[in-house]
Design a protein. Sequence first.
Length: 209
Amino acid sequence: MLNPVEKRPLCQHCLRPLRTCICSLVSIHDNRIELLILQDKAEATNTKNTAGLLHMSLKNSQLYTCDADEAISPSRLNELLFSGHKLPLLLYPPTIDALALGLEMPAQTPAIEQITTDKVRLIVIDATWRKSRKMIYLNYLLQRLPRITLENPPESLYLIRKADNKNQLSTLEASCYALQQLEQGRVDYTTLLASMREFVARQTAFRPV
């Protein structure tokens, strides 16, 4: 009888295999605006995913893992979005076919100058493009949220996964640029983006030749 294959030992902090541990890449940033990451469960075990590094590097963040193919309980989602009486802003482009899909229209987005950083919660969806659209489609509370988009972001450093379009960024990159935009540059995320660059280099090194 063959012995069962032993599981690879995991890091107790980042929960990745020791060979791909990302703890050395973590640099703590004291973000002024809270970040809530809604993560599709398929991303939680993907070694190329950046949300884990992002969450570990931000003092003021939450990571909530769910099934993008199922609606989140409205009471649970309401708590995640609105707890502390904060204003949730969804980082997501406009849904062009929203009316045809029967989606609710987003609330009006306030001007950045009117935003009080400790009263705002930035919401990002960590999923493939298709799964992120489905998550919004299944959750009317997400549909109603005021949205923000990035203003002239740089080219992506994330070259290890196929993108649906040339302007697509990783969750880590998009979140850093959105926080910089909303916080009006008060927090410097250069070190975190440098960690992202090293993360990509390590993942590239693991690829078979």
